[in-house]
Design a binder for this molecule. Structure first.
Ligand code: BTN
Length: 305
């Protein structure tokens, strides 16, 4: 069994060679045990004891799987969710070699950022997934406010901006069995203790970091703890169908409403439109040039003004 897993991990390139060598040396057979063991490799900044100390949650973050380096925390979280880990477990890595962004883009994840995934088992259908992403955006924005950021805004659907530049992205992926959602993996990437030159030139002009905005290093473990607490609060609101309250909080921080945008749809289709608001399902409501209204459920939007 272990040999099979090692072969699979090598083939898929999901984990660093160093981590896979560790698995080979480890005398364990159960898959989840293997994943937990890898989590014990040496870490530089992120400490389970620091996050758990005074963590005021009932189920979010009660199990933390912390790594020094993985390909993508979303991928590890998906593996774990299919192998019976508890609802609310969190996968964190100090760096990612194959971080996943939206629309199949690569997500740059150097040491110093906060790269984590939440494993949720919500009892919802597909139509509610966009709202889970919006709720996560609100939880991130509130966390940043608690850390001293005064002007965090949310760009639909899932970018957190400070002074118009992206500091955090969210990637929500559903783990389904036929048509049923078994788990939702919510990946959150926050550019925390990093400077702009830690990123490729291509994204530097539209990226910022907490270190850059606050003019100091922040405590990454505290940031994670505060986020887990905010996330649990908003997920409880979500579970009690407090959707309007979530949307109100989202609208209050919206960077997108009232702007002209270019809506980019799959297959290279795009059009310009004015953003009127956000619907109950979390779709962007836009007015096109010809006056027709449209709800944009998925896609990208580029701000024009
Ligand atoms: C975006 O394109 O804005 C979404 C970026 C999401 C990045 C995070 S980092 C933690 C988690 N693991 C991943 O591979 N992606 C998400």
């Amino acid at each position: 069994m272990k040999n099979e897993i090692v072969k699979l991990l090598r083939k898929e390139g999901k984990l660093s060679d160093e981590a896979i060598d560790e698995i080979e040396k480890t005398n364990i057979n159960n898959f989840v045990e293997i994943i937990k063991e890898i989590g014990k490799e040496k870490r530089e900044h992120i400490k389970s004891s620091e996050i758990s100390k005074d963590l005021n949650t009932k189920f979010i973050g009660k199990n933390l799987y912390i790594y020094h380096e993985v390909s993508s925390t979303n991928t590890v979280a998906k593996f774990l969710s299919q192998n019976g880990v508890e609802n609310g477990s969190i996968v964190i890595s100090e760096k990612q070699t194959g971080g996943k962004g939206r629309s199949g883009k690569f997500w740059e994840s150097p040491l110093g950022g906060v790269w984590l995934s939440i494993i949720l088992a919500p009892d919802v259908d597909h139509s509610k997934i966009p709202l889970i992403t919006l709720a996560t955006g609100v939880a991130v924005a509130k966390t940043l406010e608690n850390m001293g950021v005064e002007n965090s805004e949310i760009k639909w659907p899932n970018d957190i901006l400070i002074n118009g530049k992206k500091v955090c992205g969210i990637l929500t992926e559903a783990v389904t069995n036929f048509n049923t959602i078994e788990n939702v993996i919510i990946g959150v990437g926050i550019d925390a203790n990093l400077t702009i030159d830690n990123f490729s030139e291509e994204i530097q002009s539209r990226t910022t970091t907490l270190e850059n905005e606050l003019g100091r290093k922040i405590d990454e473990n505290l940031l994670i703890k505060l986020f887990l607490e905010e996330f649990e609060k908003i997920s409880e609101l979500f579970n009690s169908e407090g959707y309007e309250e979530i949307l109100k909080e989202w609208r209050r921080r919206s960077y997108t409403i009232g702007k002209i945008v270019e809506v980019r749809k799959p297959f290279n289709r795009y059009y310009n439109a004015y953003v009127l608001g956000i619907s109950r399902e979390g779709a962007l409501v836009v007015e096109k040039i010809d006056g027709t209204l449209e709800k944009v459920i998925s896609g990208e939007c580029i701000i024009k003004n």
